[in-house]
Design a protein around this ligand. Structure first.
Ligand code: PMP
Length: 437
């Protein structure tokens, strides 16, 4: 008995188990905020997913795929993408980008855009390479760059107060051309672009993209272009694809997501589009990590894209209808927030907006020496005390910049009218309590 005990003591591991590549990226705010939202929220406008169903034609396509005669949809399909899906994606993006796209070499399917991002960083970023990230940014970019051994270099969008007391727009958050140019060096390997941008909803203008493209060409830098919100653009604005600009096809991998495109984030179907000399390396990462993606979901997404290809630009197209509905939802939330003094920054795209919480500081007093940014404590207080979940904007900044951008929270408005009304009720009641304590 004693012998066994001493053996098991010896057997206890004493060496460090964590791989070096995980240093500094082991904390993730989503785990914490998703848990808080499930525990406390009555209305969850935190994490980005619709609470309305995907379109019927898409659900029916999934059912058809599963119940049809082709039982091979239950088996592995082509590792780099189910043939019908890469075929229609090639046709669709060929039309959008105005070039011939080969389904077998210029398109690769992934487990959501998230895996596409991971494959790209692993494929292109070496130890010590610098990767330029525009702030605020979808937070996983930072961790993925670090995991690949790269060094993130941050350049913040600079907010400019609008004239005449108007509400701010995401278009008022600007890239400073000189500042951006100063971040490019011999060490720069990649710039990450995310337009329309999560969390601000900024849709980068043709001018912004030409500036970025010019610097990429000048410094021989790659572009990972995360365009998962490509269909969610409002007020007649146009989404410009950076891969369509001069000199950029050869150095850009464009990433998309059926989750965002068809309001079905749980399906986790994403893709990359780009030149073969880049995608061949993305395929190498994919084949040595995930290799196959769920066949039936790809089949249904292929059918969805086939429908959209035929209806492209027509009023019945989901890609025309969805942004119309979402713009209405945006406007409802903008009104609700504006009415209580939580000033929204009107987004030009995506299904997010950020709102200024400065006028609510008396409800959640600052703690001067806290390591936690103010907006983070505010968001936690809000979900616990008001039942309304949102995400602090500082989440989307690097450590050094968090304290500068700590008075906004991000809301997701991809929600049923009833959900947005319930959020409005919470805000109204809160406002009343503030005015008549
Ligand atoms: N990029 C951005 C900017 C996102 O907001 C998201 C989802 N929140 C993703 C990528 C990941 O997309 P998917 O769900 O298809 O993996």
């Amino acid at each position: 008995h004693t012998h066994f005990l001493s053996l098991s003591l010896q057997a206890k591991m004493s060496r460090p188990v964590q791989a070096r590549r995980l240093e500094g990226i082991d904390k993730n705010i989503w785990v914490e905020f998703v848990k808080l939202a499930t525990t406390y929220s009555r209305v969850n406008l935190g994490q980005g997913f619709p609470d309305f169903p995907p379109p019927d034609f898409l659900k029916e396509a999934f059912v058809r795929a599963l119940s049809g005669e082709n039982h091979m949809v239950h088996q592995y399909t082509r590792a780099f993408g189910h043939p019908p899906l890469v075929k229609i994606l090639a046709q669709f993006f060929g039309k959008l980008l105005g070039r011939d796209i080969d389904p077998l070499t210029n398109v690769m399917v992934t487990v959501g855009a998230y895996q596409a991002l991971f494959c790209c960083f692993q494929a292109f970023v070496d130890e010590g390479d610098e990767v330029i990230i525009i702030e605020p940014f979808f937070d996983c970019y930072e961790a993925m760059v670090k995991m690949a051994g790269g060094k993130p270099v941050y350049v913040p969008l600079r907010p400019k107060a609008p004239e005449g007391g108007k509400l701010m727009s995401s278009a008022d958050w600007l890239l400073d051309p000189a500042e951006l140019a100063s971040k490019f060096s011999k060490k720069t390997k990649v710039i990450v672009l995310n337009s329309p941008n999560n969390p601000l909803g900024k849709v980068f203008s043709q001018g912004d993209l030409e500036l970025i493209a010019g610097l990429c060409v000048q410094h021989d830098v790659l572009c990972i272009s995360d365009e998962v919100y490509e269909w969610l653009v409002y007020d007649g604005k146009e989404h410009v694809r950076i891969a369509s600009l001069r000199g950029m096809w050869d150095r850009t991998v464009t990433i998309g997501s059926a989750g965002k495109t068809f309001s079905a984030t749980g399906w986790k179907v994403g893709w990359t589009v780009g030149p073969n000399h880049l995608l061949q390396h993305v395929r190498t990462v994919h084949q040595n990590s995930v290799y196959h993606c769920a066949t039936a979901a790809q089949d249904a997404v292929a059918q969805g894209f086939q429908r959209e290809f035929e209806l492209h630009g027509k009023p019945d197209s989901y890609f025309v209808q969805l942004p119309k509905e979402m713009q209405q939802k945006r406007d409802w939330l903008v009104q609700s927030l504006d009415a209580v003094g939580m000033k929204p920054v009107i987004p030009e795209g995506t299904y997010f907006l950020v709102a200024d919480i400065s006028e609510f500081k008396s409800d959640v007093p600052d703690v001067p020496d806290s390591h936690e940014p103010y907006d983070s404590r505010f968001a936690k207080w809000m979900v616990k005390n008001k039942g309304l979940a949102a995400i602090p904007l500082s989440t989307f900044y690097c450590e050094a910049h968090k304290s500068k951008y700590n008075h906004f929270i991000r809301f997701c408005f991809a929600k049923e009218e009833a959900t947005l009304k319930a959020a409005n009720d919470i805000l109204q009641k809160w406002k009343q309590e503030k005015t008549n304590p």
